[in-house]
Design a protein around this ligand. Structure first.
Ligand code: GCO
Ligand code: ZN
Length: 299
């Protein structure tokens, strides 16, 4: 029997922690606090955290091959220089949609930065519907739009053979798959591979493991679930001591640990007193399965 251990490794009190990304070169976990407009880097060895504040809500952060990071800030794809904390805009979308912002994003195996938008929430998971779209920033800095009518653009990842793109629009309560053409970045043939059960609440961030199974953080569900996208079956549920689990990634030695982000916003004082670690960074060990290194933006 593997023994699963869950600990809060950083009591960061994020309003909405998101987009955990392991950076092997610095043994660090990158993540964002969306409404706090913060990008953070937690050094797993020294336990120190560095923070960079940007000028708009930041939906996601990712590695960049040429150094530094990329992030989706407001409705812009940006490059971040961590040393001098400067931001350079690489591309902008939805200039006419003042109430929209990017939400989750991730780099594909060919180095394209995928990210989707949503209308800003009036309360957690309450938003004007169908306002979002999914985009990718290509290495040459041009942006392609895939589809619109998205409610809350969220988790994304690619199959190990790079032939499937997995995607979550949270308010559809579904994990979807598309055929993926790595050469062109084109997607086709959308279908659902898993429908969430009531007690699992809202699907949010997602990552894949070395067995090709999907891990989905369940917002309001206080858990991550492991899914087999081929059979549509849930294989495992891991519960956390916080309700608003937002996303997950593998990291640490050989990508054998899972890191989970969560939110504090939307919890009343009574709920907060029951889950004082809400908004912290959690580490899960003993899962008995590993993840893969994140891809880095090629532009
Ligand atoms: O983290 C995100 O993806 C959103 O920005 C959050 O606000 C919630 O997770 C969402 O409401 C649940 O789907
Ligand atoms: Zn999310």
């Amino acid at each position: 029997m593997s023994s699963i251990k869950i600990e809060c490794v950083l009591p960061e009190n994020c309003q909405c922690g998101e987009s955990p990304v392991w950076e092997e070169a610095s043994s660090s976990l990158l993540f964002v606090d969306i409404p706090a407009k913060k990008v953070c880097r937690w050094d797993a060895l020294s336990k120190q955290v560095q923070r960079m504040t940007v000028d708009a809500p930041v939906g996601s952060v990712a590695l960049r091959q040429s150094g530094g990071y990329v992030a989706t800030i407001g409705t812009k794809f940006c490059a971040l220089n961590w040393e001098d904390q400067s931001v350079v805009v690489l591309a902008a979308v939805e200039k006419d949609k003042k109430n929209n912002r990017f939400n989750d994003g991730k780099v594909d195996p060919a180095g394209r930065y995928f990210a989707g938008t949503m209308a800003e929430e009036t309360a957690p998971a309450v938003t004007e519907r169908h306002q979002g779209s999914l985009y990718a920033l290509f290495p040459d800095h041009h942006v392609e739009k895939y589809f619109d009518q998205v409610d809350i653009s969220n988790g994304l990842d690619w199959s190990l053979d790079h032939k499937i793109f997995y995607y979550i629009d949270s308010l559809s309560y579904s994990v979807d798959a598309f055929d993926y053409d790595l050469l062109t970045g084109r997607i086709s043939n959308r279908r659902s591979v898993y429908k969430l059960e009531k007690e699992e609440h809202i699907p949010d961030g997602m990552c894949i493991d070395t067995e090709g199974k999907l891990w989905v953080a369940c917002y309001n569900g206080g858990r991550v679930i492991r899914l087999d996208p081929e059979t549509g079956k849930r294989l495992q549920t891991v519960k956390l001591p916080v309700d608003k689990t937002t996303s997950c990634c593998f990291g640490g030695k050989d990508y054998s640990e899972m890191y989970v982000t969560c939110a504090r916003a939307g919890l009343d004082p009574e709920a907060l007193s029951r889950q004082p670690e809400a908004g912290g960074i959690f580490k899960i060990t003993g899962l008995g399965v590993k993840g893969i290194p994140p891809y880095a933006y090629a532009g």
